[in-house]
Design a protein around this ligand. Structure first.
Ligand SMILES: Nc1ncnc2c1ncn2[C@@H]1O[C@H](COP(=O)(O)OP(=O)(O)OP(=O)(O)O)[C@@H](O)[C@H]1O
Length: 583
């Protein structure tokens, strides 16, 4: 019952990660208690010799040496216990972080639909911090708090039943008090964790969106929101600490009264001759040792509840499934410049009332270029996400070179297709590092070819470090168009044979227009290219045009053919305005 009260099944799962280290911690703790018992018996023997022997010092010497040895052994064992506990904690921390990070990476963009990146970060960084203390310190201490008092009360029984009973009652009061408070503590620890996760997510969002907040003159407002979150966190922390301090006071009281009561009863029995003076010393030592593991458990008690609350966040993260999996994959190699066919593809975002795409069917020959056009919200980016297999359609299917897209392993899809998006995030490092991220072992020659094809050389010529110039955090030192060029070079180096280019919407950005036109020329024939197009000039260079309207295909065909028939494409040509911005 006690175990169920204080141990979550997840804790046991985590303890398995730490394996023998947890057992070593428990064993060292129990052995230290054993050394204490040996010291207590030896000291009791010393007292007995001092009071009753004819040559007290000489006769007490062996027991005194044993006591000194036992005290030294106890110190050494407690040191070993702490080493094992730290090792268990660090092992859990490293292992759990690596697993969670791998899981978060496998999830890809799945957290877009649930907790934000800030919440995920709070779980991986701080949640793990609570859990490592929970597994490394709380769990072994819990085991020690059951084993050691149990054994010591047994030993006390051999001296006097009344004394053993007083200690047993004192020992029992501690978990009972903790149980009485456990619901309150659990609720407050959960409230604390929720407040902490909210605060961490808000800080992360604020730092990432700082430029937008400054541009919107919203920093003061965001500051106020952060202050409210910080105040909520402070209140939740105080409430949680207040309740655990109340339990600490009850526990400390039970321990003091238990030790004092047992020693007084033993002293009374010594006065009446039922026990010897040495027994009083023995009871004093053993009663104190009985409560020691409970006292130490108390120190980690708070950690235990925070660990349980953090475990909920981690369990939620672990329960999240990737949006796409390799369940239907075969060993098919990703084809060069593949034909792409969509058959009655439909997709509705989780929780959305209307479909983002319905009944989308078209066939694109391999090596050709498709321009997707349509008003804002018509489903262009959703179609791109489906073609890149960031998400799977709810209905219909997408064929790549005649095979269903899910029959290729995700690693193949990621290697063989690339997205050059409007919002490119580069990793902190140099331009070279970012391009080579696609293939770290690429030769200088291949790197130079990709860099020249994407016109990155024009960018590096202007920068002091050339290709080794740092891009800054998330690529902040480069312009949007320059970041797109680096991303294009990365995609070309990776040898992607399906390329999705998301053209920038800004009508003023002529550099991007040149980039896309150039990219279309570079990739023609070696790549099947899909451009989310906002400019007529881009579309006219494409082999096919797909006009989307409210998630459905309005028109599909070569631009010259579409221009000859009445319809949205002819209307767009007639209106001759940036086509993505049409109402
Ligand atoms: N994560 C999401 N959750 C719910 N609905 C979404 C999500 N992303 C997009 N949508 C909705 O799906 C529809 C299609 O969006 P999509 O981004 O594909 O349009 P788009 O044509 O690319 O728009 P734009 O030109 O403005 O980028 C829109 O109604 C949009 O509100």
């Amino acid at each position: 019952m006690v175990i169920n009260m204080f141990v979550d099944p997840l804790l046991i799962q985590l303890a398995r990660l730490a394996g023998w280290r947890v057992f070593a911690t428990i064993a060292a703790s129990v052995a230290a208690a054993g050394a204490s018992v040996a010291a207590a018996f030896a000291i009791a023997a010393v007292v007995r010799h001092l009071l009753t022997a004819e040559a007290p010092l000489a006769e007490a010497m062996p027991a005194l040496s044993l006591a000194a040895l036992a005290v030294a052994a106890r110190a050494g064992l407690l040191w070993l216990r702490d080493i094992a506990a730290i090792s268990a904690s660090n092992h859990v921390k490293a292992d759990l972080r690596a697993r969670l990070l791998r899981h978060a990476l496998d999830l890809g963009g799945a957290h877009r639909f649930s907790r934000g990146a800030g919440g995920v970060q709070a779980s991986i960084v701080d949640g793990v911090e609570h859990l490592q203390a929970w597994v490394g310190f709380y769990l072994p201490q819990l085991a020690a708090a059951i084993i050691i008092p149990g054994c010591l009360v047994g030993i006390l029984l051999t001296r006097d039943v009344g004394v053993a009973l007083i200690v047993a009652i004192g020992v029992a009061i501690v978990p009972l008090a903790q149980r009485a408070w456990s619901r309150v503590l659990g609720e407050r620890a959960s409230a604390h964790w929720d407040a902490y996760e909210r605060f961490a997510a808000r800080i992360s969002d604020t730092l990432r969106g700082m430029e937008t907040l400054v541009a919107l003159h919203a920093t003061a407002r965001q500051g106020r929101t952060l202050r409210v979150d910080a105040e909520e966190l402070r209140l939740a922390t105080t409430a949680s600490l207040r309740s655990s301090l109340a339990v600490s006071a009850i526990t400390a009281g039970a321990m003091s009264v238990g030790t004092a009561g047992a020693t007084l009863l033993a002293a009374y029995h010594a006065a009446t001759g039922r026990l010897g003076a040495g027994d009083v010393i023995l009871v004093l030592f053993l009663a104190a040792e009985c409560f020691r593991p409970l006292q130490e458990l108390q120190n980690y008690w708070h950690e235990g509840f925070h660990g349980q609350a953090a475990a909920r966040g981690l369990a939620q993260l672990q329960a999240q499934r990737p949006l796409v999996t390799d369940a239907r994959a075969s060993d098919a190699a990703w084809p060069a410049a593949p034909a792409i066919t969509c058959r009655e593809v439909g997709y509705t975002y989780p929780g959305a009332r209307t479909a983002a795409l319905s009944d989308v069917s078209f066939a694109l020959p391999g090596g050709s270029t498709l321009a997707i056009v349509g008003p804002s919200g018509s489903g262009k980016s959703t179609l791109a996400s489906l073609l890149l297999r960031d998400i799977d359609p709810d209905s219909g299917e997408i064929l790549i070179a005649g095979r269903p897209l899910p029959s290729y392993r995700l690693a193949e899809v990621r290697r063989g297709s690339a997205l050059v998006a409007q919002q490119i995030v580069l990793l902190d490092g140099s331009i070279r590092d970012n391009v080579l991220a696609a293939d770290p072992h690429a030769s200088e020659e291949r790197l130079a070819t990709a860099v020249a094809a994407a016109r990155v050389d024009e960018v590096t010529a202007r920068l002091p470090g050339g290709l080794d110039a740092p891009v800054g955090e998330r690529g902040a030192r480069l312009s949007g168009g320059e970041r797109q060029r680096v991303a294009l070079a990365r995609a070309l180096l990776a040898g992607a044979s399906v390329m999705v280019l998301d053209e920038a919407t800004s009508a003023l950005d002529a550099m991007n227009e040149a980039l896309i036109t150039e990219a279309l020329r570079t990739t023609r024939g070696t790549c099947t290219t899909i451009v989310i197009a906002h400019r007529l000039s881009t579309v006219i260079g494409a082999d096919y045009v797909l006009v989307l309207d409210e998630g459905r295909i309005a028109q599909f065909g070569p631009p010259a053919d579409l221009a000859r028939v009445p319809g949205p494409w002819a209307d767009m040509l007639a209106a001759h305005q940036p086509i993505g911005d049409r109402p």
